[in-house]
Design a protein around this ligand. Sequence first.
Ligand code: FES
Length: 117
Amino acid sequence: MRSRDDRREEATLSRVTVCRGCCCGTVRKFPDVDHSAQLDRLRAELAGIAKIKVVDDCLGPCSDGNVIVVKPQGVKPIWVARVLTDQVVADLIDWIRSGAAEPPASVPVIPPYRKSR
Ligand code: FES
């Protein structure tokens, strides 16, 4: 059971939602990417900085996979696209570790996806 301090600390973490739906994270669509290693790296390098949630429902913009949504505290979610190379993962991690203010040009950002009704 988590302590009150643990819960308080967790509440200040950025949220990182990693899409692993029908396309993101699949070797069928992105055969040259080690998706498990990518997720392991995010978890290891963002431990204590961001709470990582993996979702298996498609977030929507499959053509921009792998999609990751970063939600720093007090800031609107930022949708990151094409997280497919070690360099993009490294730049994404550096950006989140530095507070996830304005994303660098090397982190491909897309408009928030809104599912139509
Ligand atoms: S599977 Fe990730 S956006 Fe569709």
